[in-house]
Design a protein around this ligand. Structure first.
Ligand code: ATP
Length: 274
């Protein structure tokens, strides 16, 4: 997919532009001609088979890897990242971990704890949890702390590398719901990696489907129904429709469907470009 096809007018509120990005590891090309633009208020999901270069791409976007070739322009004011592991500091309490970013910005303890307490409630942490250390918290609680830590920074761009993939489906749904509420209230832009096509269908406006060897964008799916109106039935049906698309099956190296049912072009709420 040529990145130039993906050029669109950019928002004054901020954008992340990725154009013709290529990346090699030890003379092996990992990313080829990657291009897309994420604007304020948009949620983009990167999906694709394991090893196709999703994390490499995200690391180039958040500056953890040096750009070798192409353009990455980020005009957002505050970019925050969340990873698969909560990455909490073991010697700090839950509240201190949450408010670390505010401390770095020079906030005094009283103000940062006040703000931390408000957000803790929002992400479902009890006041009694806040004085605990990470090893005293369950994995789900640690993820809540990590989410609170990111939201406290009031980012306008969030880069997510499967932050909730290790959680059970109930907790995952709850935290994604929280994230979506924040996203719509604050016009957040989100670029998220997921292995789970159904999760991408539930949360994103645009799904960038990647193929491997080298990692490239095979297709871009645009979902038209607002995330707040996507009930389970819609998510299941749309995921099933996407899974019937030859480009999706090919990218995930799935065999052709045994009994494909026709997708109704008049009622489907997605479109795609290759
Ligand atoms: N530091 C590195 N040095 C050499 N090769 C690397 C390095 N990091 C990643 N790779 C290789 O680059 C390719 C893409 O890796 P990456 O982690 O970006 O893929 P991914 O799509 O995020 O995978 P997964 O879905 O399994 O997390 C893989 O073949 C991986 O082995």
């Amino acid at each position: 997919m040529s990145s130039s096809l993906n050029r669109k007018p950019v928002s004054q509120k901020g954008y992340l532009l990725v154009e013709n990005v290529e990346h090699d590891f030890v003379r092996t090309q990992v990313l080829q001609n990657i291009g897309f633009t994420v604007q304020a208020g948009e949620v983009y999901a990167l999906v694709g088979p394991s090893g196709c270069g999703k994390t490499t791409l995200l690391h180039l976007c958040n500056g953890l890897l040096d750009l070798q070739d192409g353009i990455i322009e980020n005009t957002f004011q505050k970019t925050a990242s969340m990873f698969q592991q909560p990455r909490l500091l073991p010697w700090k309490t839950c509240l201190d971990n949450m408010t670390l970013g505010l401390k770095a910005k020079g906030w005094n303890k009283k103000d940062r704890n006040l703000k931390g307490l408000k957000l803790a409630k929002l992400v479902g942490l009890q006041p009694s949890d806040l004085e605990k250390f990470p090893h005293q918290l369950s994995g789900g609680m640690q993820s809540r702390v990590a989410l609170a830590r990111v939201l406290l920074l009031e980012p306008d761009l969030l880069l997510l590398d499967e932050p909730f993939s290790a959680l059970d489906i109930g907790l995952k749904t709850e935290l994604y719901q929280l994230l979506l509420e924040q996203q719509t209230q604050q016009d957040l832009a989100v670029l998220m990696i997921t292995h789970d096509l159904m999760e991408a269908v539930r949360l994103s406006d645009n799904i960038l489907l990647m193929k491997s060897k080298p990692g490239r964008i095979a297709a871009s799916f645009k979902l038209t129904r607002p995330p707040s109106l996507r009930d389970d039935a819609w998510v299941y049906q749309t995921t099933a429709e996407l899974l019937q698309q030859p480009i999706v099956r090919e990218s995930f190296e799935l065999p052709p469907p045994t009994s494909p049912s026709p997708v109704d072009l008049a009622t489907r709420e997605w479109s795609y470009t290759c």
